[in-house]
Design a protein around this ligand. Structure first.
Ligand code: ADP
Ligand code: MG
Length: 698
């Protein structure tokens, strides 16, 4: 075994470990729960808990934690030791089946959007046995992490994982119905597969510490453009390459140990920006792994004198970060349902699944957009970079051409290949690289999977995947109903495909998503263009969307409203933090620094004049600074006023968020411009913080 394969998964309570350590009958039962969703009985849990504890303790663990993913999009968990004191003053280690299955963290201060009142603050964590438990080792010792879902006393989901798991059930159920009707009697489960590419920035820790905006807001709120921007990659390469390489090596090692199949690569877009991508896996595991990746990036960066920025737009003027969520549906026996395949039968199936995507994405553009919304992404989507805020699907020429032919009811043929028999729906085997040319599409077919490129870099991928699963469950269910009620399944399947293309082709766009023409064209097509997250969020509670989630038991009304509240509150809080940070930086750092510089300039001009020089340069500069400074100060006052207005705003969160978006967001831009102008003309020795140049090219 090589070193890599030896260390891969050593800290995971995975299948191999389970098989080794569990009695066969228990192992078989647990596997049934993991693979088929069969309920777990108490006896099995008891034995598994004990084996898990022994394994963890042998590896040096002292504590375990129920690891969950609250609605703030991060992860949480309370550490509990395995110690159980005895009367005679000694202690033994204990971990019961009950402790494995259920936890009761005092979790009243996680965002719940009104789902729990404080007097009923109880929240429960419930073991998700489909995601392996793992051991995290760091300075604080070794801790057994047990992936869990988090819900309230009444069973409402308080986290991101529960809806994701429910949506996986929903899509599996409906996809299986379609497969059965098409004659597949073998597969017993359909699993959404996800591979999430993660982008991030790395900057020097010492520099980070001197930027209050990065500390408080995760992004720079001010900063003049350096003389050169993204084109200087090679420059930056030279200086920190070694450091980053060492960082990446450690990232790989850490991730492999906990079973995350990382493969890193450098992203050549913005200075100091990188990307890491694991190999795809089951959606819920991929969501867990993406959280582990983010946490590991932050932790390991710190050890290397670096800070990892996961924010969507840490710097103005250079590219921001996103997550590319690669998505497909796969049967438990390994058939990728988005693979065009070779035989006509497979292709009909493929086209039907493709139709479900086309119809679902068109009908639920708003939900797709919401699932990629957070305050940070407002600086990315539609901002001349990254995908636009308009949702559309890229299919590539070949596939689009085939769909066009299907729509017209023509003999189905493919370019460069011989004509095929009438009525036989077939496709050329698509080469991945021939389809993956368009980088500007928010939702691109890339050969045998879709790549959802709007997802925010700092967010959990769960929302995005939950929405994809749910809309697919809905469309596949709809198709299954029709197939079930028809006499000729094949004919009906073709009808569905043809109709879908006819009615929903507006969502297909293969051109340049960044162009101005597309925005106009999309408007003509009647596609939504929800420019900010606040605009998008209100669609979450539309009847159509609430019905969808309820229909598939992914979220009930209360749970939807709570998410709506949490999103709005998150927006409000984040923007107020940013605005207050900006005021603080201006008042406490910029005003004193500019004043000092002005004083020194004044002194210098006075002395120069006394010596008989004309000192015009100094005086001109002084006048310019004085003028800019006054204007900036006025705008800062205006921002302060808006902040207090927002803080005492009485209306509901939606209106408050709108007020902030329409006033504070724009006011911050106005103030920023003036501050950036000041930065451009101030002596660098007086500027109170590292500049963009210092951060990006140090
Ligand atoms: P890119 O050109 O975008 O880098 P890659 O082939 O490197 O594309 O894949 C990017 C991600 O997509 C990886 O995480 C990979 O594991 C994942 N991926 C590949 N095939 C599938 C699939 N069928 N379903 C889901 N994800 C997949
Ligand atoms: Mg990609």
């Amino acid at each position: 075994m090589s070193k890599i394969t030896q260390s891969f998964g050593v800290n995971v309570f995975n299948d191999v470990v389970m098989r080794e350590r569990l009695p066969k009958s228990i192992y078989v039962k647990l596997r049934k729960t993991i693979d088929e969703g069969v309920a777990l009985d108490a006896e099995v849990a008891e034995v598994v808990a004990n084996a898990m504890k022994d394994w963890a303790i042998e590896k040096g663990a002292t504590h375990f934690t129920h690891w969950f993913q609250p609605m703030n999009g991060r992860t949480a968990g309370k550490l509990e030791s395995f110690i159980s004191p005895k009367k005679e003053g000694t202690a033994i280690t204990e971990f019961s089946g009950k402790e494995l299955i259920k936890g009761e963290p005092d979790a009243s201060s996680f965002p719940n959007g009104g789902l729990r009142t404080t007097f009923e603050a109880r929240g429960y964590t419930v073991w998700d046995c489909t995601s392996y438990a793992f051991l995290v080792e760091d300075e604080g010792g070794a801790v057994l992490y047990i992936p869990t879902a988090f819900c309230s006393y009444t069973g409402d989901a308080l986290d991101k994982k529960t809806p994701l798991l429910r949506s996986m059930e929903a899509v599996s159920k409906e996809a299986l119905r379609v497969l059965r009707l098409l004659g597949n009697g073998v597969s017993s489960r359909v699993i959404p597969m996800v591979g999430a590419e993660q982008e991030y920035f790395l900057i020097d820790k010492e520099i980070f510490k001197r930027r209050k905006d990065l500390i408080y807001a995760g992004r720079t709120l001010i900063g003049a453009k350096p003389p050169k921007g993204q084109e200087l990659e090679d420059h930056y390469f030279g200086s920190i390459n070694e450091k980053v390489a060492a960082f990446m090596k450690e990232i790989d090692e850490e991730l492999w140990k906990v079973g995350v199949s990382a493969r890193t690569k450098h992203k050549e877009v913005a200075p100091n920006q990188y990307e890491i991508a694991p190999v795809f896996t089951n959606a819920n595991v991929a969501a867990d792994h993406n959280q582990i990746i983010m946490e590991t990036l932050l932790k390991v960066a710190n050890r290397h004198g670096l800070v990892c920025l996961l924010h969507e737009k840490p710097f103005k003027g250079v590219n921001g970060s996103g997550k590319h969520v690669n998505f497909s549906l796969m049967t438990n026996d390994g058939i990728n349902l988005f693979d065009p395949g070779k035989t006509p039968h497979d292709n009909l199936q493929f086209l039907l699944f493709l139709a479900a995507v086309i119809k679902g994405v068109d009908e639920y553009q708003d939900l797709i957009r919401i699932s990629a919304s957070n305050p940070g992404n407002d600086h990315r989507l539609g901002a001349n970079e990254a995908p636009p805020a308009i949702v559309s699907i890229f299919l590539g020429e070949q596939l689009t051409e085939i769909l066009e032919q299907i729509e017209k009811g023509e003999i189905i043929s493919s370019r460069g290949r011989e004509k095929l028999e009438t009525g036989v729906i077939t496709l050329p085997v698509l080469k991945k690289d021939t389809t993956d040319r368009n980088r500007t599409s928010p939702f691109a077919f890339t050969g045998n999977k879709f790549e959802f490129r709007m997802v925010p870099s700092s967010a959990s991928i769960s929302d995005a995947v939950t929405v994809l699963n749910t809309i697919l469950a809905d469309k596949l269910g709809e198709f299954a109903d029709r197939l079930q009620n028809s006499k000729d399944v094949i004919k009906e399947a073709k009808n569905i495909i043809r109709e879908t293309v006819k009615e929903h082709k507006r969502i297909i766009f293969n051109g340049d998503g960044y162009s101005k023409e597309w925005i106009e064209e999309a408007e003509r097509r009647g596609l939504l263009n929800l420019k900010s997250s606040v605009d998008a969020i209100k669609y979450l509670i539309s009847k159509k969307n609430m019905d969808l989630f309820e229909r598939h038991k992914v979220l009930n009304k209360n749970e939807i409203f709570s998410r709506y509240e949490v999103m709005l509150e998150g927006y409000i809080k984040q923007l107020l933090i940013e605005a207050r940070t900006m005021v603080e930086i201006f008042v406490k750092d910029i005003v004193p620094s500019v004043s000092r510089y002005m004083k020194d300039l004044a002194k210098a001009s006075f002395e120069l004049k006394n010596m008989g020089f004309n000192a015009e340069v100094q005086l001109d500069l002084l006048r310019t600074i004085d003028e800019l400074f006054k204007r900036a100060n006025n705008q800062c006052d205006a921002l302060k006023k808006l902040i207090s207005q927002a803080e005492s705003f009485e209306e509901d969160s939606y209106n408050k968020a709108c007020f902030i978006k329409d006033n504070i967001f724009t006011q911050m831009e106005t103030l920023r411009e003036l501050i950036d102008d000041l930065e451009k003309i101030l002596d660098r020795n007086y500027w109170p913080m590292p500049t963009y140049g210092d951060i990006m090219f140090n």
